[in-house]
Design a protein around this ligand. Structure first.
Ligand SMILES: Cc1cc2nc3c(=O)[nH]c(=O)nc-3n(C[C@H](O)[C@H](O)[C@H](O)COP(=O)(O)OP(=O)(O)OC[C@H]3O[C@@H](n4cnc5c(N)ncnc54)[C@H](O)[C@@H]3O)c2cc1C
Length: 456
C-alpha cells in the first residue's frame, strides 16, 4: 500500500516503526520540515539545569534507522497542501526550493503542535533577541547556551505549566534570577488543585524565584535589539532572557475540511481515523476521546503520541483489535523535590466544566508509624457525586519518596469508568514495608464515603 506520513516526531516515528514492523511490503514516504526526529523535549530542562549532561542523548531514533526499516524519509521537506479528493500532497523541499506532488492511498497526519505566541505584544517588541520558545532540539541548544552565558543574569519564564515550572527550576539552579509569570492565580493550575500547588509555590519562593501570578504579559522592553524587561498588567520584571511557554496549538491548517475541536485538533475515532476517508491523525494534532470529560480534546503528551501512532499503523495493517478508546491525560512532574502525578480532572477543572463532582483529599504517612521510616503522602480523588465514578486523581510525595506510579491504576479506573466502590475492592496487597492496611488510595475513598473511622 502507498502510505504518506506528514510529521516524523514521536507520533510519526511510532507509526512508521509499527507500520513497517508489521508489514514490510508497504511503500511509505515520510516528510518532515525539521532536520531531526525523535527529540525528547522532556529532557530540555534537565540539560539546562545540568542534571542531564549531553543534549544529544535525548534522541532515540534517526532518519537512517527508519530508512533501514524500509521507509523513504524526506527531512527538510515542508508539506504545503493536501488535496483530500485527489489524494495528493504538495511538498516544498526546503533545501532546494523545489515544489512537487506525491500521492497516497492512506495518509497519516502527525504534524504535531507549535508553541502559542503571547497575544497582543507589538511585533517590533516580540522580535527582540533573547525571546525564546521551547520545543525543538534547535530551541534546546539556544536555551542551554543561554543558561551558561554569564551575561544573562535575569530570566522570565511565561507560563507556569509543566514546561515553565521545570525551566524556572533549571535556570534558578544555574544561578539566574528567575521570575515565573502566569495569568492563573496558581502554578500548574490546569493540572493540580491547591492542596498540591500551594506547598510547591512555597518551595519555589524559598528557592529564590519571584512568582508573578495572576498577571498578564502585555509587552517587552529592550535595548540594542535585545529584551531587558517584561511588562505585565500589574508590574514589570528585569529579563535578559524570556521563555514563552503558554501552551501548544495543533498544526492542522492543512486539513481545513476535517472535523475539529475548538482549539483546532482533529477529531479521531478509536482507530485514529479522522472524518476524511483514509486520513488518520495522531499525536498532538489529534483530539482523542477523553474518558473523564467525555468529549474529544487535544491532550498533548508524548505518551498519547506514541500510542496513537501504534493504533493508526495497526489499523492500516488490518488489525482492528488495537484501539485507543480513550485517554485520561495522565501526567507527572518532579520539581523542587515535589513528586506529583495526576490523571483525569482536578476539582478545579471539574468545576470549570460545570460537572457535578465532589472531591476527597487526605494527607497521611505512607507506611505504619511503627516502621523506622515513613513519609507524608497526599492524595485527592475527584468523583461524580451521583454515580461515584472516578473522574480524577492527584498524588504528591516529597523528598526521596515517590508514589507517582500509583496513578497508573487510577488512570485505568477512569478509562474503564470504575466507581469508588470498584476501586476500594481492588485486590491490593498490604505490607508494612510498603503501605498501610488502609493505604492512602483506600483512605481517600473511605473519607469520600464517610467511613474514616480507620483513623481512630
Ligand atoms: C519541553 C517539552 C517537554 C515535554 N515533556 C513531556 C513529558 O515529560 N511527557 C510527555 O508525555 N510529553 C511531554 N511533552 C509533549 C510531547 O513532546 C508532545 O506531546 C509530542 O512531541 C507530540 O508528538 P507529535 O509527533 O504528535 O508532534 P510534534 O512533536 O509536534 O512533531 C510534529 C512533527 O511534524 C512536523 N511537521 C509539522 N508540520 C509539517 C508540515 N506541514 N510538513 C512537514 N512536517 C511537518 C514537525 O516538524 C515535527 O517534527 C513535552 C513537550 C515539550 C515541548
Amino acid at each position: 500500500m502507498k502510505i504518506i506520513l506528514i510529521g516524523i516526531n514521536h507520533a510519526g516515528t511510532s507509526a512508521l516503526r509499527t507500520l513497517l514492523a508489521q508489514n514490510s511490503g508497504h511503500e511509505v514516504t515520510a516528510y518532515d520540515r525539521n532536520t531531526n526526529i525523535s527529540f525528547l523535549g522532556c529532557g530540555i530542562a534537565l540539560v539546562v539545569g545540568g542534571s542531564a549532561k549531553n543534549i544529544n542523548d535525548l534522541f532515540y531514533c534517526s532518519p537512517v534507522k527508519l530508512e533501514k526499516q524500509g521507509a523513504k524519509v524526506r527531512m527538510n521537506h515542508d508539506v504545503i497542501a493536501v488535496d483530500t479528493e485527489k489524494k495528493k500532497i504538495t511538498v516544498r523541499n526546503l533545501e532546494t526550493g523545489a515544489v512537487f506532488e506525491d500521492s497516497y492511498e492512506k495518509l497519516i497526519y502527525a504534524a504535531g503542535s507549535w508553541p502559542i505566541e503571547i497575544p497582543g505584544i507589538p511585533k517590533e517588541h516580540s522580535s527582540y533577541k533573547n525571546i525564546e520558545i521551547c520545543k525543538l532540539f534547535q530551541h534546546a541548544i539556544e536555551l542551554v547556551k543561554k543558561a551558561d552565558d554569564p551575561s544573562i543574569k535575569t530570566v522570565a519564564v511565561v507560563g507556569s505549566g509543566y514546561i515553565g515550572v521545570e525551566l524556572a527550576e533549571a535556570y534558578q539552579k544555574k544561578g539566574k534570577k528567575v521570575t515565573l509569570i502566569d495569568f492563573e492565580p496558581r502554578v500548574l493550575a490546569r493540572y493540580f488543585d491547591k492542596e498540591f500547588t500551594l506547598s510547591l509555590e512555597e518551595d519555589i519562593v524559598k528557592a529564590g524565584i519571584t512568582l508573578a501570578l495572576g498577571q498578564k504579559v502585555v509587552d517587552y522592553k529592550g535595548e540594542n535589539g535585545s529584551v531587558t524587561e517584561i511588562v505585565t498588567d500589574k508590574g514589570s520584571y528585569q529579563a535578559d532572557l524570556v521563555i514563552q511557554c503558554i501552551g501548544f496549538k495543533p498544526n492542522t491548517e492543512l486539513l481545513p475540511d476535517a472535523k475539529k475541536v475548538k482549539g483546532g485538533a482533529l477529531i479521531v475515532d478509536e482507530f485514529m481515523r479522522t472524518s476524511i476517508p483514509d486520513i488518520y491523525a495522531i499525536g498532538d494534532a489529534a483530539a482523542f476521546y477523553h474518558a473523564a470529560t467525555e468529549t474529544h480534546q487535544q491532550v498533548a503528551l508524548a505518551t498519547n503520541a506514541v500510542k496513537s501512532g501504534i493504533v493508526a499503523a495497526s489499523n492500516i495493517n488490518g488489525n482492528s483489535a488495537v484501539k485507543l478508546s480513550s485517554v485520561a491525560g495522565t501526567n507527572a512532574i518532579c520539581v523542587f523535590e515535589n513528586r506529583l502525578a495526576g490523571t483525569g480532572l482536578s476539582e478545579g477543572m471539574a468545576a470549570r466544566l460545570g460537572l457535578d463532582a465532589a472531591a476527597s483529599f487526605i494527607e497521611d504517612n505512607d507506611r505504619p508509624e511503627f516502621m523506622e521510616n515513613y513519609s507524608k503522602t497526599r492524595i485527592k480523588i475527584v468523583y461524580d457525586k451521583k454515580s461515584l465514578r472516578l473522574l480524577g486523581a492527584q498524588i504528591g510525595s516529597y523528598g526521596n519518596t515517590n508514589h507517582t506510579e500509583v496513578i497508573y491504576y487510577l488512570s485505568l479506573a477512569i478509562q474503564q469508568r470504575l466507581t469508588l466502590l470498584d476501586i476500594a475492592f481492588t485486590d491490593v496487597y498490604f505490607l508494612p514495608h510498603f503501605n498501610k492496611p488502609f493505604n492512602f488510595v483506600l483512605a481517600s475513598i473511605m473519607k469520600a464515603l464517610g467511613l474514616d473511622y480507620y483513623k481512630n
